[in-house]
Each structure stands twice: as structure tokens, then as C-alpha cells.
Design a protein around this ligand. Structure first.
Ligand SMILES: NC(=O)c1ccc[n+]([C@@H]2O[C@H](COP(=O)([O-])OP(=O)(O)OC[C@H]3O[C@@H](n4cnc5c(N)ncnc54)[C@H](O)[C@@H]3O)[C@@H](O)[C@H]2O)c1
Length: 257
């Protein structure tokens, strides 16, 4: 006999929620933006690359979803403030804007180091701070940061990236602790290697980092961007109402050992 539970039916329903996705034109960000729209959210796709963001919005709308795109450089605080001003409310925030570059630590160029930290770490924090205030004002919200297996372990030629992702993990915990009593949950997704433009561009220059990671990934393959959608909907939704400060490993078993 089939039993339908209203509680279960609505656990993952994001209807009526407004979701903001930074880096929403990218590999993981676009999959998440489209996924959140599929779960009922109205999605604001932010990216430094307006064309990428527009394409995602078009795809969401052509599937009957609600979305709009805005240009936002996560290293520019006033860009966040401008986006925030245009929104009536923000229920869900996904920080997926990110960058990397592979170099030996002893030769790591300072300008690239600064760009990676500014984008991945400070950019995520500025986003949490400015959009988080909106959530605190109404005592509810769910923030999802993009951490990495590199928040917890090391691989070669990515020291700036690993530093930034270690910081994202600690930022997630610190905000989760400060904001839980005010209705705002803060979690992170920690992927292993996924097949995205970022990874493909990195591999065109330096392959050894990916070889190191793949040799230690028990599932034996890269992730497909669609495989972060379920984890993102879960963390965004009421199904995760008791979950905060958590790094959800989406890593094909990398961190088992
Ligand atoms: N792909 C992976 O294997 C993997 C693994 C772990 C974590 N991550 C993280 O997931 C996030 C998304 O990565 P991805 O693989 O989808 O990369 P991606 O390059 O496909 O997407 C990143 C997006 O961020 C945008 N962006 C870059 N700099 C920006 C800025 N200053 N302001 C606004 N937007 C900017 C880019 O235009 C791009 O659309 C990143 O934080 C990345 O570190 C990715």
C-alpha cells in the first residue's frame, strides 16, 4: 500500500523562495541555479560574466521557471549592495563564484594569489555578510558556500586555492554559530573533482593536480555538475532545518580514509 505523507511531500519544496546564486553562470553554479528553480525557487543568477548568466536564465525560463540575471563581481562590495537593493527578500544564497590557478608553491605569483583569495574567500564572506543581513532581518534563510575536499586535505600546486577553501570551511562554521539563534543556517558543499569549465581550463595548463586527486577518489570518476543539485536543494530546504555549520562532502568517497 502506498502512503503519501504531506510532510515528506513538501520537505524539498522551494516554492515562493528567492534564491541568489553567485557564479551562477559556471559549471556547478548553473546546475544549482537550474536545480533550485526546478524545486520552485525564483532564482537570481549572478556572475561576472553576464552572457553566461543570461544563458542560465534563458534555460530556466524555457523550462517554465522564474529567474533573472545580474552582473556581480564578488570582489566588488558595491555590486552586492546594488543587487541587494533590487530584491524584496532573499531566502537562499549559494556562493559558487570561484577561481583557481595551479602553480608550485615556491613560484606562486602574488597577483594570482591575491585574486584567488579575494574571489573565493573574501568574495564569499562579503556575499554572506550583505545578503546575510537581509536574512537576519527576517529571521530566516539558508546559505550554502562552496567549500571543497581541499578544505580538509591537500593536493599539489594549489596552495592559494587550498588556503581559500580552508577559510571557507571556517567561515561557514563561524557564521553558522553566530546566526543560528537568528534563524539563518550556514552550510557548505565540499565537492571532489567535478567536470566544469574551471577544472578543464586548469587541466589544460597543469594536469598533475587532477591526476593526484583522481588516484585517491574511490568512486573512480569525476563528478557531474548535476550531482551537486540534490545536496544543494537539501541544504536550501526545510529538510535541513536542523543542519547548520556542516560541510556536506560530495566527493565520491575521497574523505573516507
Ligand atoms: N569543479 C570542481 O571540481 C570543484 C571542486 C570543489 C569546489 N569547487 C568550487 O565550486 C565553485 C564553482 O566552481 P566551478 O567548477 O563551477 O567553476 P566555473 O569556473 O565553472 O564557475 C565559476 C563561475 O564563477 C564566475 N566568477 C569567477 N570570478 C568571479 C567574480 N569575481 N565575481 C563573480 N563571478 C565570478 C565565473 O564567471 C564562472 O561562471 C568554486 O567556488 C569552486 O572552487 C569546484
Amino acid at each position: 500500500m502506498k502512503m503519501k505523507s504531506e510532510h515528506v511531500e513538501h520537505l524539498f519544496d522551494l516554492s515562493g523562495r528567492v534564491a541568489v546564486v553567485t557564479g551562477g553562470g559556471g559549471g556547478l553554479g548553473s546546475a544549482i541555479a537550474i536545480g533550485l528553480a526546478g524545486a520552485g525557487a525564483s532564482v537570481v543568477v549572478l556572475d561576472i560574466n553576464q552572457e553566461l548568466a543570461d544563458n542560465v536564465v534563458q534555460e530556466i525560463r524555457s523550462n517554465g521557471g522564474e529567474a533573472r540575471a545580474m552582473t556581480c563581481n564578488v570582489t566588488v562590495k558595491s555590486d552586492f549592495e546594488e543587487v541587494s537593493r533590487t530584491l524584496d527578500k532573499i531566502d537562499i544564497l549559494v556562493n559558487s563564484a570561484g577561481t583557481t590557478s595551479r602553480h608550485a608553491a615556491e613560484d606562486f605569483p602574488e597577483d594570482i594569489y591575491d585574486r584567488i583569495i579575494a574571489t573565493n574567500l573574501k568574495g564569499s564572506f562579503m556575499s554572506c555578510q550583505i545578503f546575510g543581513r537581509r536574512m537576519l532581518d527576517k529571521n530566516s534563510g539558508s546559505i550554502i558556500n562552496m567549500a571543497s575536499i581541499g578544505s580538509s586535505i591537500a593536493y599539489p600546486h594549489t596552495t592559494a586555492y587550498l588556503q581559500s577553501k580552508g577559510g571557507v570551511a571556517q567561515m561557514t562554521r563561524s557564521l553558522a554559530l553566530e546566526w543560528i539563534s537568528r534563524g539563518v543556517r550556514v552550510n557548505a558543499i565540499a565537492p571532489s573533482l567535478f567536470d566544469t569549465p574551471l577544472v578543464r581550463a586548469s587541466e589544460n595548463k597543469v594536469q598533475l593536480t587532477s591526476d593526484f586527486i583522481m588516484a585517491r577518489t574511490p568512486i573512480g570518476r569525476k563528478g557531474d555538475p548535476l550531482e551537486v543539485v540534490g545536496p544543494a536543494i537539501f541544504l536550501a530546504s526545510d529538510a535541513a532545518s536542523m543542519v547548520t555549520g556542516h560541510l556536506l562532502q560530495v566527493d565520491g568517497g575521497y574523505l573516507i580514509n
